[in-house]
Write a protein that binds this ligand. Structure first.
Ligand SMILES: O=C[C@H](O)[C@H](O)[C@H](O)COP(=O)(O)O
Length: 225
């Protein structure tokens, strides 16, 4: 019988598996959250191979700098080889909900420039349908109530993440109950609401590779073509 592994041990296992995708001398994108932090810890052992990194949050920038990796502004680069990040939920199509840590906008921007998005996650994040995890939606502060009313009209139950301000100076509505049968269409529809900066659906640009950690080991899933 496979040994029971803690969530932290699974995060370390997938983080270490992601190191194999780091090519010497390239600029990589680094995500935000506890699994991405495990990846940064793993990067410390090969930091000499990393030319520089683009960070998806101020927290990640500080953590990368603390281990001696140079962090560059996205405006200074025209190509990122890989983007490594966690997820709050991920499906077999490698569509995700992200933003539990509030970094969704910068994560989506850095991921958009990356050749490959490598998602690292423990098995608790694997779902057949997105939406048990409340969908984070970053909104311009003055539009918060207006957007919340629209989300209710769409069948959702938005909860204002009180006391939290994103790195971009905006606020988050964590939205329960949305019916996510077509993640690409819903991502687009939410993007079209005036006042929404970003929503946490990563479906139009899903991950390319998922490294999923379970007691049986790290499984590699490729995005279905
Ligand atoms: O804003 C945060 C990010 O989208 C994270 O990747 C996501 O919340 C997963 O975080 P964790 O690895 O801590 O579960």
């Amino acid at each position: 019988m496979p040994a029971v592994m803690s969530a932290d041990a699974l995060k370390r296992a997938v983080a270490e598996a992601a190191i194999a995708y780091v090519q010497p001398g390239e600029i990589l994108g680094v995500g935000t959250g506890s699994t991405a932090n495990a990846f940064i810890d793993a990067l410390a052992s090969i930091k000499g191979r990393v030319r520089a990194a683009v960070a998806s949050s101020e927290a990640t920038r500080k953590r990368l700098e603390a281990i001696g990796i140079e962090v560059v502004d996205l405006n200074q680069v025209d190509r990122i080889s890989i983007y490594v990040d966690g997820a709050d939920e991920i499906t077999p199509a490698l569509a995700m909900i992200k933003g539990g840590g509030g970094a969704l906008t910068r994560e989506k921007i850095v991921a958009a420039l990356a050749d490959k998005f490598i998602c690292i996650a423990d098995a608790s994040k694997w779902v057949t349908t997105l939406g048990t995890f409340p969908l984070p939606i970053e909104v311009i502060p003055m539009a918060r109530s207006m957007i919340a009313r629209e989300l209710v009209r769409m069948g959702g139950s938005p909860v204002y993440r009180t006391g939290f301000v994103t790195d971009n100076g905006n606020v988050i509505l964590d939205t329960y109950g949305l019916h996510i049968s077509d993640p690409v269409a819903l991502e687009q529809r939410l993007n079209n609401l005036t006042g929404v900066v970003t929503n946490g659906l990563f479906a139009a640009r899903p991950a390319d590779i998922l490294l999923l950690g379970s007691a049986e080991g790290v499984q590699t899933h490729h995005r279905p073509t």
